[in-house]
Design a protein around this ligand. Structure first.
Ligand code: ZN
Length: 267
């Protein structure tokens, strides 16, 4: 058997031009339908791989994580700053307390002139006022420190949530990808045998049409309709196909795809 297919020149139906007509045994033409089914599924898998919804979701989660990280760095810096401010504020209060304690001790000892003691009492009053002011500041700083610390904890929780979500999306993506790859392997496993069985010349034509016609090169002629463009054949074309030898490779006059005749063609 000649596996490379045969072709011959024949007058076009218009009678003016010659057209190359490819010949191939019907069994080899039918195998083209198997090949087309495989290639269509492989195209669908490739399309699915390129458009997995997880890809966009992963990109969104990554940018969300980056934003949370930036906010977290800022919030931790702010906590560090406010803690230094708090230490300073506590030291300020302590200085005034120490000074007041020393003054009180001197006053309690009763040593010194009445004028000195009066001055000490006066200073104690002003130190008490100062201490109260500084303690108010300390409380305000403590409140700010508490708010900022809570914000850091909140951001840390958000970061964990986003990181977990990202990890599970990546896992999901890897699983779906692996499934699609496994399916592509399985679907494509018999392809080379079919290609060999169809023959070089017919495969060449099939690949050329596939590249030009959105991936569909061969389709069944079913109930007088081309399975590629779905158009119904006119009587002239239908008659010509009915009379054509069974090993002639038939092309649709509308979409130029290879039409495969089967028992369902209505011939
Ligand atoms: Zn067609």
């Amino acid at each position: 058997m000649d596996l490379r297919g045969r072709s011959e020149l024949r007058k076009h139906r218009c009678g003016l031009t010659w057209r190359c007509v490819l010949k191939a045994d019907p069994s080899r033409q039918w195998r083209l339908l198997d090949l087309q089914a495989i290639d269509t599924r492989l195209d669908q898998i490739a399309h699915a791989r390129a458009n997995l919804p997880q890809v966009a979701a992963i990109a969104a989660a990554r940018s969300e994580l980056a934003a949370v990280d930036t906010e977290l760095v800022n919030a931790r810096t702010a906590v560090g700053d406010v803690q230094r401010e708090l230490t300073k504020s506590e030291q300020d209060v302590q200085l005034v307390r120490d000074r007041a304690a020393r003054d009180q001790a001197r006053l309690d000892s009763g040593q010194g002139s009445a004028k000195d003691l009066a001055a000490l009492q006066h200073e104690l009053v002003s130190l008490a006022r100062r201490q109260s002011e500084l303690e108010d500041i300390e409380i305000e700083v403590m409140e700010r420190a508490e708010t900022l610390t809570k914000r850091v904890a909140e951001l840390e929780r958000t970061r964990t949530e986003v990181a977990d979500r990202l990890a599970s999306l990546e896992q999901e993506h890897a699983t779906v990808l692996a499934d699609l790859e496994a399916e592509a392997q399985q679907v494509g496993s018999g392809r080379s045998d079919i290609v060999a069985g169809v023959g070089e010349e017919l495969i060449g034509l099939y690949e050329k049409i596939r590249a030009q016609s959105g991936g569909i090169a061969a389709a069944e002629l079913r109930q007088r309709r081309c399975g590629g463009c779905r158009l119904e054949l006119n009587n002239v074309d239908f008659d010509r196909i009915r009379r054509a030898a069974e090993d002639e490779v038939i092309r649709c006059e509308e979409c130029r795809r290879i039409m495969i005749r089967t028992g369902e063609s209505g011939l």
